[in-house]
Design a protein around this ligand. Structure first.
Ligand SMILES: [Zn+2]
Length: 219
């Protein structure tokens, strides 16, 4: 498979974007225990030929080093000689890019996204329902009292097993999927939009958590 050439400037810009998002999310405590990963797509896109910059595996994301990011291809393999390893979950990014053609994907583990995914999974649901919350509009869904369902996937230890479920799990209009008791993947046309979507998801998960807790006390 051939690759379009990525210029040095394109690469530096992608790494700079990731660095900004990484330090902002780190300040929110969104990368506990080196978890989480971030990527932005670089250069031309075809469904089976694309390149993206992604966080390297196992790094403390609250600090900035020259070894934080690398470029990988549509199979998640590094495109340049490097000792760095891409995040273990890179294959999930590959499937999301392939299916959606989006420009950026951000993945974080939070207590709210973990608890809410587990709560609904244990109720036997494969998605998290959210209804009539203003921030649903962050997904460009403007229906009055909109109801959305955020897909939940099983959290297999074997990442390729999760990755193969991703294309069919992605729901129209919903720029995110959540792995059960693990974390959310949110994406967008670019880093700005992916960040907006991720923030909206996290708001909604906290909302659902608190709402269900409150509703439980007055039953
Ligand atoms: Zn993860």
């Amino acid at each position: 498979m051939s690759h379009s050439t990525i210029t040095l400037e394109q690469k530096q810009q992608a790494f700079a974007e990731l660095r900004d998002v990484k330090s902002l999310f780190a300040s929110r405590g969104w990368f506990p225990g080196t978890s989480g990963n971030l990527s932005v797509r670089v250069g031309d896109y075809a469904e089976n030929d694309f390149t993206f910059a992604i966080t390297a595996s196992g790094k403390d994301k609250s600090v900035s080093t020259p070894e934080d990011f690398l470029l990988v291809n549509q199979e998640g393999k590094p495109t340049e000689a490097t000792k760095l390893k891409p995040s273990a979950e890179t294959l999930i990014h590959c499937e999301i890019y392939r299916k959606t053609g989006c420009g950026a994907i951000f993945h974080v583990h939070t207590v709210f996204n973990n608890i809410v995914s587990e709560w609904y999974w244990k109720k036997g649901l494969k998605s998290i329902p959210v209804e009539a919350v203003e921030l649903i509009k962050a997904f460009n869904i403007w229906d009055e009292d909109a109801r959305i369902e955020i897909p939940i996937l099983p959290n297999y230890a074997d990442i390729p097993r999760i990755a193969e479920l991703v294309p069919d799990a992605i729901a129209p209009r919903i720029p995110g999927i959540i792995l059960r008791n693990h974390g959310i993947y949110a994406w967008g046309a670019n880093a700005f939009e992916a960040k907006r979507h991720l923030e909206a998801f996290e708001f909604l998960f906290e909302y659902v958590y608190r709402w269900d807790l409150l509703a439980g006390t007055i039953r």
